[in-house]
Design a protein. Structure first.
Length: 389
């Protein structure tokens, strides 16, 4: 593909000059010189220019040789993905690229093999501690890589997807554990002792199973204290403003729930409803001091400026409560798992739990959330005593 000036013959003309001829795309370029070295130098410069032009054309025609996995991932994220995903999903994908692509992200995508991807996934399982990160997080990483490699195939950049056949290592980390009875008590006490009034949302989630977006998207029009119900109609989501010149690249806006089954009405138990009413009374007192008028359209859990909570601030409050309660190795979704487990242990049927959680089917509830405690399992199996002869 690339030329070497030494391969071109230099001839001596009858007039004593030296000459060489280069054919490029049907055009002849002839060089003359008084010495052979002079012609050779002219050839060397000209061939170098031709090779530089050819290199540029080759890179444009064969981007897989030079496009790194990280650059391609960002390109896919801001073209294919951005129009079809919500802000939280965009943020999760961007976080995967930024935190978990590592050295593999600097490799040209055309040179990445299945073995490289497998090694990278295995190495990622050891990033946090000796037990590694959760298997579900590794699955999200592999699935995202699979998606961007598929886009590369669509663009004729590669022939095969190197994520096919990649297996997820067993990490021993359980993302779906439920809090114990003792941990629940400590968590509630930590909320009651907190300086941040809005941390009551943790107790509300613990006894309703709301998702984070649903919780932060609640407005007073969704709460019916008379009938002890909460209606879920929308969620607070983060929107990314791609290619925006504004300093703030994101904003939080209420949007309808992802699925039809997510729209639901949840019953509040009496102790929760009473504490919720007390929370509202204290919040309105604080807002009145800051000259914030009450409205049914106000967020139930607002910032000091009466806007929706940013995830970063919300999680800071949540982790402060966890630290005060002496609870580790859990995420916010643990509250939802705990609610489902408490419902199961109290004898609530799967269909009711599924509808309360807003699942599309009972199977999802049974497969994902119902991690029964050993004490509950013992209680259930002890009922077989009467059957033993």
């Amino acid at each position: 593909m690339f030329r070497n000036y030494k391969n071109y013959k230099i001839h001596l003309r009858k007039d004593g000059r030296y000459t060489a001829r280069v054919m490029d795309q049907g055009h002849n370029t002839v060089f003359y010189g008084r010495t052979k070295k002079e012609v050779q130098q002219k050839l060397e410069v000209f061939i170098a220019e031709l090779n530089a032009t050819a290199q540029i054309k080759y890179e444009m025609a064969h981007p897989t040789k030079y496009m790194t996995l990280r650059n391609w991932a960002y390109l896919c994220l801001n073209t294919y993905c951005v129009a079809n995903i919500q802000g939280n999903t965009y943020a999760a994908y961007e976080r995967l690229i930024r935190l978990h692509f590592g050295e593999l992200g600097d490799m040209p995508i055309g040179r990445i093999s299945s073995l490289m991807v497998q090694k990278h996934i295995t190495d990622c399982s050891l990033l946090v501690d000796e037990n590694g990160i959760s298997e579900s997080h590794l699955c999200r990483l592999r699935n995202f890589m699979h998606m961007i490699f598929e886009y590369a195939i669509q663009n004729n950049m590669i022939l095969h997807n190197p994520t096919k056949g990649v297996r997820i290592p067993k990490t021993g980390i359980n993302e779906n554990r439920a809090l114990s009875s003792e941990e629940i008590v400590r968590l509630i006490n930590a909320v009651h002792n907190s300086d941040h009034l809005v941390t009551f949302c943790i107790i509300l989630c613990l006894f309703t199973g709301l998702r984070k977006g649903e919780l932060l998207g609640l407005k007073w029009s969704n709460v019916d204290f008379e009938n002890r119900t909460i209606t879920i109609e929308h969620q607070l989501v983060r929107e990314y403003k791609i290619n925006s010149t504004d300093e703030a690249k994101t904003r939080y806006v209420p949007k309808t729930t992802k699925t039809k089954s997510s729209k639901r009405t949840i019953h509040m138990i009496e102790p929760l409803a009473k504490e919720f009413e007390e929370y509202k009374r204290k919040l309105l007192e604080q807002q009145a001091e800051r000259d914030i008028p009450y409205s049914e359209d106000n967020y139930v859990f607002p910032t000091r400026n009466n806007t929706g909570f940013a995830s970063k601030t919300f999680y800071r409050y949540y982790h402060e409560i966890l630290e005060a309660a002496g609870i580790t190795d859990v995420n916010f979704h643990t509250l939802r798992h705990t609610f489902a487990t408490m419902c199961l242990e109290s004898g609530t049927d799967l269909l009711t739990i599924s509808r309360t959680l807003g699942h599309a089917s009972v199977k999802i509830t049974g497969d994902v959330y119902l991690h029964m405690s050993q004490s509950h399992q013992k209680t259930c199996l002890d009922k077989l005593n009467s059957c033993y002869i």
